[in-house]
Design a binder for this molecule. Sequence first.
Ligand code: C5J
Length: 216
Amino acid sequence: MPTVDATPGPFSFDTDSTVLLVIDMQRDFLLPGGFGESLGNDVSQLSRTIEPLSTLMAAWRAAGLPIVHTREGHLPDLSDCPPAKLARGGIGEQGAFGRILVRGEYGHDIVDELAPVDGEIVVDKPGKGAFYATELSGILDKFGARRLIVTGVTTEVCVHTTVREANDRGYDCLVLADCVGSYFPEFQRVGLEMIAAQGGIFGWVADSPTVIAALQ
Ligand code: C5J
């Protein structure tokens, strides 16, 4: 069984029950000119994850293992947008890459470098967590998943919300520090520490090269 040197301790995973989850690697969060940058954020803090994640995805695909992607966004009429999120503004407004976080718009889709390949599942989610109002649980059941390798953005928002709930649902989650990103370096550091604190209160943390090495 592949084993990764992780914090707070080794993380072992069966290749037939582990899914690579890629959270919200969307143009509007990652690209200069997108929604994230329009809020004053430094998108380079997120885009640094693209290269290591692309390398990991290639190794994961070469091993024949499943990848599930998520995208945060809404129906064009915004009827699925949680009211508090809608009230804060931005969602559905015209941005540089189309209507912000609306399905079908250019900015809502995944960056070119990490585009899903044929057969990979993309879960559209209206909330921060990937389980809320989505079919993710059933998809993971079909894969027989018990463990998740978690990547994507942003560390303290959609990654944290998803990993916390996944942990409650019984999945062991390994979060890859070089493949998750926050606009705020302090949130990145503390967000990762929070996952693995107290003996791994809701997960494990490692870097992607250790996972790739474990797959060899
Ligand atoms: C945010 C996300 N940060 N994918 N979304 O609004 O983390």
